[in-house]
Design a protein around this ligand. Structure first.
Ligand code: PLP
Length: 385
């Protein structure tokens, strides 16, 4: 099997499993307990927070551990917007891009539906990029928050986050970015990016599913979304997932050290794969930005097919990939991300995303490109639309 669906999830790395193991077994304490087992857990949690902060270029107190990317996005979007409006009732608009993950989009829609906010959606260009002009056009004195992702999960397009964040900062508006897909591949220094909040998720990085983190700059007020015992300095209640935090911090540290080498190497393999698919599959269209894209994502439309049929055919040939985001798998609706990029609904139904981690080999991608040619050819021949 050739696994080309790493943007959906990744296996747990051995180093990560070994780092978390003690906190699932002998050192199983609750970090809030006042005894030696609790103290050991609290110190493991503090160590994980310090390591995560180092990877994110922030202070340990600015890292909030969550149950994943979805919760981190919910906390950022709802938490910052609600806290800002509580301080100033005139701040009742949130800005998101047209290509956000549902974790951001649905959080904004919740603010609209339940709390009376207005949502301003910034359009993207044909490559899925938000331009500075497009963002500037929607910012106003009532904007409570801007949330624009670092890299897109369906087409891999990377946003000019530092420049977009600077625009918001110049107007005193907090800027959040969903870095769930970017975290393994792009620099995560929150100070250099100039962002006020940034979400990450463990399972895209070789840590287990169900853990993530939100960086929130110290001066930004945050209304909690989960209420309870006041853990995470009152910003996220619930007994901390100590082993999960250790896993996330270990995965982040590994990603930070290997990134410069692996990002360049994998980007070159990605480009070879894209060239091979475009050359060998008649009518194939690359989606997303040709160069400003994640090293790990190659996404296409294959007009005259159905993406789902191509996936099935590819799986028969031992290649596992997806039609877009794992969250939307099985949905009959064409991808809103592709629609926002101006791709018509019929062509958007033919989308296939290939995403890999740093263990992929040139031989595997060579084999996968040949499988794509065969799969698309047989779907077209059978008229499986
Ligand atoms: N944001 C993006 C861009 C994602 O790709 C995902 C997961 O696919 C999420 C958020 C949600 O993260 P999690 O699966 O940890 O809840």
């Amino acid at each position: 099997m050739i696994f080309l669906d790493a943007a959906a999830t990744t296996p747990v790395r051995r180093e990560v499993l070994e780092a978390m193991w003690p906190y699932l077994t002998g050192e199983f304490g609750n970090p809030s307990s006042h005894h030696s087992l609790g103290d050991a857990a609290a110190s493991a949690l503090a160590g994980a927070r310090a390591a995560a902060a180092k990877a994110l270029g922030c202070r340990p107190g600015e890292v909030i551990f969550t149950s994943g990317g979805t919760e981190a996005d919910n906390l950022a979007v709802k938490g910052i917007a609600l806290a800002r409006r509580a301080a100033d009732p005139g701040l009742d608009r949130v800005v998101i891009s047209a290509v956000e993950h549902p974790a951001v989009e649905e959080s904004a829609r919740y603010l609209e539906r339940v709390h009376g906010f207005a949502v301003d959606v910034v359009p993207v260009d044909a490559f899925g990029r938000v331009t500075e002009e497009a963002l500037a056009a929607v910012l106003g004195p009532e904007t409570a928050l801007v949330s624009i992702m670092y890299a897109n999960n369906e087409v891999g397009t990377v946003q000019p986050v530092a420049r977009l964040a600077a625009l918001a900062r110049a107007r005193g508006i907090p800027f959040h970015t969903d870095a769930v897909q970017a975290a393994g591949w792009l620099p995560l220094d929150t100070a250099a990016l100039g962002v006020d909040a940034l979400s990450i998720s463990g399972h895209k990085l070789g840590a287990p599913k169900g853990n993530g983190a939100l960086f929130v700059k110290g001066r930004i007020r945050l209304e909690p979304v989960i209420h309870g015992g006041g853990q995470e300095r009152g910003r996220r209640s619930g007994t901390e997932n100590v082993a999960g935090a250790v896993a996330l911090a270990t995965a982040l540290t590994l990603a930070r050290t290997s990134r410069p080498e692996s990002a360049a190497r994998i980007a070159a393999l990605r480009d070879d794969f894209i060239r091979a698919v475009l050359a060998e599959v008649p009518g194939a269209v690359l989606t997303g930005h040709p160069s400003q894209r994640l090293p790990s994502v190659a996404s296409f439309c294959f007009p005259g097919t159905s993406g789902e049929s191509v996936l099935l055919e590819l799986e028969r040939q031992g290649v596992i990939c997806s039609s877009g985001s794992a969250c939307a798998a099985g949905s009959d609706e064409p991808s809103p991300v592709l629609r926002a990029m101006g791709i018509d609904a019929e062509v958007a139904q033919t989308a296939v995303r290939f995403s890999f981690d740093s263990t992929i080999t040139p031989a595997q991608l060579h084999e996968a490109a040949a499988a794509v040619r065969t799969a698309v050819g047989s779907v077209r021949a059978l008229g499986q639309r």
